[in-house]
Design a protein around this ligand. Structure first.
Ligand code: HEC
Length: 195
């Protein structure tokens, strides 16, 4: 019994000692300033891979539960989504054959080219990202200011128009509506209705 007690005591003491050491080491690392937080240099590839895997797993666990509206891919929705995209997303995600903005070039990690032909852009998953954003990256949570309808429209656009050409894109964004008037800008007004 005494033998057992002393072995147990040793294991507990070693475990506590190790925890203190790891905690102290982590604190020393944080306070040392050794880690380079600048956005001008790329993340360490192992850290980038770990962060991306965390994102993918989180997206598949939490996303995809919202039900898309029945008329998701209607012309009206896709066009409204195009205007929303151009006004609020192209800054970071780019537009076909156009130079990326200074903001888009400066953020780290960089935003993916959502309109690339080879992307899948499953609307239910993309809706979740657009609504909630991605913590610790530049991807904002648009659900804070935009209605679900607006978010489904932009999800519909990036799904329906993968691989879109510059001409088609410009036509959709600056196109003339059925009433013959130029399409209004979809730029977000601050304090807009949230849902
Ligand atoms: C200020 C920059 C910025 C703006 C503006 C922005 N995004 Fe993003 N977005 C990002 C970044 C950075 C990522 C990548 C996050 C990561 O690494 O996980 C991202 C990721 C995404 C993803 C996930 C892509 C994937 O492969 O899983 C979607 C979808 C998306 N954004 C849609 C949008 C839409 C739609 C808008 C406009 C309504 C928008 N974003 C505006 C920076 C931005």
């Amino acid at each position: 019994m005494r033998f057992l007690h002393s072995t147990l005591a040793k294991i507990v003491a070693t475990a506590v000692g190790l925890l203190v050491l790891i905690g102290g080491g982590a604190l020393a690392f944080v306070r040392s300033g050794i880690y380079d937080v600048s956005a001008s240099s790329k993340d360490n590839p192992y850290l980038a891979a770990a962060l991306h895997a965390t994102y993918e797993a989180s997206l598949h666990r939490h996303g995809g539960r919202d039900i898309a509206p029945g008329d998701l891919l209607s012309l009206e929705n896709v066009r409204a989504g195009a205007r929303m995209y151009d006004a609020n997303c192209a800054t970071c995600h780019g537009a076909p054959d156009s130079p990326l903005s200074a903001v888009g070039q400066g953020i780290q990690p960089a935003a993916p080219s959502l309109l690339a032909a080879q992307r899948r852009n499953k609307p239910e998953l993309m809706f979740w990202v657009i609504k909630h954003g991605v913590n610790m990256t530049a991807m904002p949570s648009f659900g804070k200011t935009q209605s679900d309808q607006t978010l489904w429209q932009v999800a519909a656009f990036i799904y329906a128009e993968r691989g879109v050409s510059k001409e088609q894109y410009d036509g959709m964004v600056h196109g003339v509506s059925s009433s013959g008037t130029a399409a209004p800008s979809a730029r977000i007004a601050s304090g807009a209705h949230a849902q």
